[in-house]
Design a protein around this ligand. Structure first.
Ligand code: IPM
Ligand code: MN
Length: 356
């Protein structure tokens, strides 16, 4: 019989609350014959305060044994900025070689967008997840003096660029519109820009059915706002992808709805699914965080593990629930997303729908 051995890292702030709803919906959607086992890992701000650890080797090792990881949110104002981000979240993405950071954007019914009219937003950003300026490849000279020099090198390898570009072509080829846009800044970032564009053009020759486009990242931000319907699949580097996907969330219903998957498609390591939003300490513990982004991340998790029908049921349930009841407000804090309905209420409604 089938089974899922899931690692759960609720993390900080609203992470606990939204993950509870994600698990509720996961339990409701899974067929009877699928055995779900979950193990919770106590990682994040509380752990750091207690022991000084972010992600001990023993836990990293234990996490490897799971089929997938569901993560809530990491970060707390009581921990110096960057400690948990680098020591836990990015450490997991690098250690488990999550080279695909998948971030779909869709404008659901009854959700607010700051854009005029209701443009058709249904695109997915394939953000590179293991390279770019995120590798900690830099340094500082004469630190703290008037003559300080800081470098932050963006690392791009032929291997790393080609594997993410190929994955994006595969995804584009599988979608009805079959369009892939490369976003970079190759008029200024000439070396990395050359590698990306060259690789993109080379792989494009193998996918004649996919329409291709190139945009500089600054121009892409304009089109995200003025013509989001022009996008289908977007492939870009780690930092551009980070920035673009927050903008994508903002124009497509708010950060409370934005799901993501940190994926290693080879299956060599467990992939990790998390809402794009942060821990939103300002609304934590009040039962008003929107769990939808986490629930949609559970859908991505299920799709990754081969449960396509169950993934689609969750996405359809979110769509139907919003169409019928509305009740979603875009995040006001910019990090977590508040909701007119309570956290539990949304989780309960979606659990009922996916089970029915
Ligand atoms: C994200 C976050 C992270 C990133 C931070 C917390 C390191 O902003 O998942 O988008 O920059 O990737
Ligand atoms: Mn981000």
């Amino acid at each position: 019989s089938r089974s899922i051995n899931l690692a759960v890292i609720p993390g900080d702030g609203i992470g606990q609350e939204v993950v509870a709803q994600g698990l509720k919906v996961l339990n409701a959607v899974l067929p009877q014959d699928v055995k779900l086992e979950t193990k919770e890992y106590d990682l994040g701000a509380r752990r750091w305060h207690r022991t000084g650890e972010t992600l001990p080797d023993a836990e990293l090792e234990a996490l490897k044994g799971h089929d997938a990881i569901l993560l809530g949110a990491i970060g707390d104002p009581s921990v110096p900025s960057g400690v948990l981000e680098r020591g836990l979240l990015l450490k997991l993405r690098f250690a488990f070689d999550h080279f695909i950071n998948l971030r779909p954007s869709k404008l659901f019914p009854n959700t607010d967008t700051p854009l005029a009219g209701r443009p058709d937003i249904d695109f997915v950003v394939v953000r590179e997840g293991t390279e770019g300026p995120y590798t900690g490849n830099g340094g500082s000279l004469r630190t703290g003096t008037e003559h300080e020099v800081a470098t932050e090198v963006s690392l791009n390898t032929a291997f790393g660029v080609e594997r993410v570009v190929r994955d994006a072509f595969e995804r584009a080829a599988a979608r009805p519109r079959k369009k892939l846009t490369l976003v970079h800044k190759n008029n200024v970032l000439v070396y990395a820009g050359h590698l990306w564009k060259n690789t993109f053009d080379k792989v494009a020759a193998e996918y004649p059915q996919v329409t291709t486009d190139y945009l500089h990242v600054d121009a892409a931000t304009i089109f995200f706002v003025t013509q989001p319907e022009r996008f289908d699949v977007i492939v870009t580097d780690n930092l551009f992808g980070d920035i673009l996907t927050d903008l994508a969330a903002a124009v497509s219903g708010g950060i409370g709805l934005a799901a993501s998957g940190n994926i290693n498609p080879t299956g060599a390591f467990p992939s990790m699914f998390e809402p794009v939003h942060g821990s939103a300490p300002d609304i934590a513990g009040q039962g008003k965080a929107d769990p939808t982004a986490t629930i949609l991340s559970v859908a991505l998790l299920l799709r990754h593990l081969g449960y396509e029908a169950e993934a689609a049921r969750i996405e359809d349930a979110v769509s139907a629930d919003l169409a019928e009841r509305g009740g979603h407000l875009p995040g006001s804090s910019g990090s977590g997303g508040g909701s007119a309905r309570g956290t539990d209420e949304i989780g309960d409604a979606l659990a009922v729908r996916v089970a029915g």
